[in-house]
Design a protein around this ligand. Sequence first.
Ligand SMILES: Nc1ncnc2c1ncn2[C@@H]1O[C@H](COP(=O)(O)OP(=O)(O)O)[C@@H](O)[C@H]1O
Ligand SMILES: [Mg+2]
Length: 562
Amino acid sequence: MSAPKIAVLPDRVADQIAAGEVVERPASVVKELVENALDAGARTIRVEIEDGGRSLIRISDDGHGMSPEDARLALQRHATSKIRSVADLIGVGSFGFRGEALPAIASVSRFELETADGAGGIRLRVTGGTIEGADAAVRQQGTTVTVRGLFFNTPARRKFLRAPATETRAVSEVLTVLALARPDVAFSLTSDGRSLLDAPAAGRLIERIHALWGRDLADTLLPLGTRLGGAEVSGFAQRPSQARPAGRKAYVFVRGRPVKDPFLLRAAEAGYRSAIAPGDRPSLLLFLDLPGDAVDVNVHPAKAEVRFRDRIQIEQLVEAGVRRALAPLDAAAPIGPGGAAGPVLEATTWEGTGTIPAGLPTELFAAETPGGRPRGPELLQVFDTYLLFQTEDGVAIVDQHSAHERVLYEQVMRQLSGDGAPAQRLLLPLTLEFTGPELEAIDAHRELLARVGFELEPFSGRTVVVHTAPNPHPRFEAARCLQELVGDLAGGRFGGWANRLERFGATFACRAAIKAGHHLDPEEARELVRRLLAATLPAHDVHGRPTIVQLPKGELERRFGR
Ligand SMILES: Nc1ncnc2c1ncn2[C@@H]1O[C@H](COP(=O)(O)OP(=O)(O)O)[C@@H](O)[C@H]1O
Ligand SMILES: [Mg+2]
């Protein structure tokens, strides 16, 4: 008989294997230990690292601490105070529940746990998983965990550690994420004695964002808050005009737990459609709140992912939430500091919210009797380009071209999916010449062109006859618009747009809109603003630029020292 080939692994080996999943680098140690501190109800958490966490990681908290017996138990595998049965996993509110972190970290380091629960305190020293010392400790209630020589006994893993600066950055990132999850708790991080993060307890998330990243980012964020069924999304979405191609901040929290979920971020980005420049990536902070049984948090050893019972619903919620955050007029950027200064445009006397009413003449400035309709405040056109008017709490400044683009885009998208626009038959048909690629573009978009009002017929060679044209405003030049539009379609401009229809709509809107430098008579200007305010996303044009900027009354007062 040969010796059995199978043996149950000693606990120490099992701990080291678990450490492979949970403890990848100093940042993961910090994550686990800070989560424990939060679970213990800490109000203040201090993190100290040296040499990128290689030589030292120390986390101190003022939470409820542990009794000496609990402290010993906590170092055993699957020892947790947070759940008692699998049923408790449903809707688990604590960060931890697997009971793996402390033994795993202790198995690959020189570890010290000092804790006191108010009645008694203890200091336990553990080397590579073996308890080497236990002394009574006198200290304030709370816990301090010190991790030295991470991976000293697993050289293969130690070799995988990156340069101290890289590990430090990862630690800082982990702490930033947890600091976002819990603005009410004070966090600090020092690295080799230098303070890298210092966030005092805050009442509101925006104050925490401010403390972490400063005003410049905080001022570009629009608040988010939408509910769908039992689920709710809150947080912040960046103004599209302030988004940049690189360096955005994007975080998702599910029931207070930070998770990696690129699909939810993508759903949020979908909410920006037609309002952001292709390639710009908005900063996003998404906090999802949903019933505990609608999400499974136990699908990833480091709890970095979750599984939703109804993912499609959650993605719809996120997309709708972003859309709604962009919709109010107040989503327009203010001049001066203080993005969250308060509503400026919200309470304007201009009528109109929701969509542009159906049944309006397609020609934007077609004479409409203002009878019965509130006239709104006086308008002033300056530089033949901007329209100024007073609002409840400030001055709104509208860019006439951007504004008209937004209005035309929304109108044209309805026409493209509906009956099309009433076109105007030209008394003298136009004959225009195009290049080969342009003729191809015309061919490929003939149906869409007809829907916006251009009825075209190939004539001979490179010539096309135009029988009908739209008439979006009195200064409209049908031939020029068509040439530019076809040029754009052939040249692949607007390439970043999600679909062909939207791309066409945006291109048309851009080329058909009233240009800067055109004088508008007061009724035309009034009608343009009225329609802009009735659009679904009035504050953003189709290139990711603003249509409106706000000059808050408070800013004027500040400048004049009132
Ligand atoms: N900072 C702390 N303050 C108080 N108790 C703690 C702290 N860290 C760990 N504990 C206790 O030790 C237990 C084990 O911690 P851990 O191994 O991280 O597992 P888990 O967090 O999954 O329960 C926890 O359930 C908790 O009771
Ligand atoms: Mg834990």
